[in-house]
Design a protein around this ligand. Structure first.
Ligand code: GAR
Length: 268
């Protein structure tokens, strides 16, 4: 077993993934402990779970910051170290040609919220940040301040679909409505795009003819509760390496992307 790593978690919802990680950690099945839980909304049920386990918690109310910025753009300034050109040159959340005003509004308000998150997180040392149902995209401003070494990313996300299929906010719903016969979930490192980062682990499950969307979500969550702790454990054991690999995107070009290699467990 390796030394325990310190894991921070960001959530937006009920926090069943957070609970699965806490449970594994308390059962001694995970070389990790949760050092804080942060939320983008005061309504996240997972904040109560954190409280029950005496884990430090905080909330940065994104909706409030975004609303205040919309009502009075001069009233909320971006953090002093915010560089719009740098963020725009890195982000993959909006396609080329997006209206510059839209970009300015989005990234300025996000940077204000993200700076508040970073300030809260800085109170606690952490090795890994896990997004456990955190329903906000993170911008390069935030990502660059958490990731020091590009070969050792420090932010993981769990997504309710087999990426690269169905990125976005409703992975199980999109899978179900498309008529897929298999659903799944993915844990990946976060990069500058939406659900596009290097894949660490995936699980799949069959979708039976009579399954409702609720049944699909339930099957999926059960897989998530297994998969996320497994991926965190791989990180704790220092068995994840990000390398560049060529691939064919399907339009006749060849391209390169970052992929995760999982190293064998060391003999010692
Ligand atoms: C999970 O299904 C997770 O995959 C999804 O939100 C749910 C959170 O459930 N995350 C996303 O869609 C991220 N884009 P939980 O709060 O019970 O862990």
């Amino acid at each position: 077993m390796s030394n325990k790593i310190r894991v921070g978690a960001l959530i937006s919802g009920g926090g069943t993934n957070l609970q699965a990680i806490i449970d594994r950690s308390l059962a001694g099945q995970l070389d990790a402990h949760i050092v804080f839980v942060g939320s983008d909304t005061p309504r996240a049920g997972g904040l109560e779970r954190a409280g029950k386990h005496h884990i430090p918690r905080f909330c940065v109310d994104y909706s409030d910051i975004i609303r205040r910025y919309r009502e009075d753009p001069g009233g909320i300034s971006p953090p002093p170290d915010f560089d719009m050109d740098r963020v725009l040159s890195r982000q993959h959340l909006f396609p080329p040609g997006t209206d510059p005003g839209t970009l300015t509004r989005f990234f300025t308000a996000r940077a204000a919220a993200e700076a508040a998150l970073l300030e809260q997180m800085a109170v606690h040392g952490f090795d890994l940040l896990v997004l456990a149902g955190f329903m906000r995209t993170l911008t390069p401003y935030f990502i660059d301040r958490v990731n020091g070494d590009p070969e050792k990313p420090r932010i993981m996300n769990i997504h309710p679909a087999i990426l690269p299929a169905f990125p976005g906010v409703d992975g199980y719903g999109d899978t179900y409505r498309y008529g897929c016969k298999v659903g799944g979930c993915t844990v990946h490192f976060v990069d500058y795009g939406e659900d596009s980062g290097p894949i660490i682990g995936q699980r799949a499950f069959p979708i039976a003819p009579g399954d409702s969307l609720d049944a699909v979500k339930e099957k999926g969550l059960r897989q998530e509760w297994e998969l996320y702790p497994e991926c965190i454990q791989l990180y704790a054991e220092n068995r994840l390496r990000v390398v560049r690999r060529g691939y064919a995107p399907g339009d006749g070009r060849t391209a390169e992307r970052s992929v995760v290699e999982i190293l064998a467990r060391s003999a010692s």
